[in-house]
Design a protein. Sequence first.
Length: 140
Amino acid sequence: MTHGTIAGMIITDLIAGRQNPWAALYDPGRITLRASGEYAKEAINTAAQYKEWVTGGDVSSPDEIAKDSGAVLRQGVSKVAVYRDPTGTLHERSAVCPHLGCIVAWNAAEKTWDCPCHGSRFDKFGEVINGPANRGLART
Ligand code: FES
């Protein structure tokens, strides 16, 4: 309740073009000195995830994917998220996260595609479950 009231006051002032003493404290883009180390560590981790663009796939062929399981395959310069359903039918989507382009990974425990960069999750067929991605994996 308190932060809702504060948000209302800050947003009203921002719209009206007035200064608000709390605006800097609640600015979502602020980086405090105390948080800068964690921010840098996370930025390095995110950048490291892009190495997946140049690595091979989890498996070299869809034949290696068990029923009700998924894996990332390399197809030329692209990576494809392939799920084999319990009947044996393959479902393919681009493995590129629609948020900022990291390569998703198969989560065998949850049977989801998870993005290691910012935490987006997609169901086994590639439809978005959690953002920040706001749409599913692209059809191939
Ligand atoms: S790139 Fe996938 S969540 Fe940001």
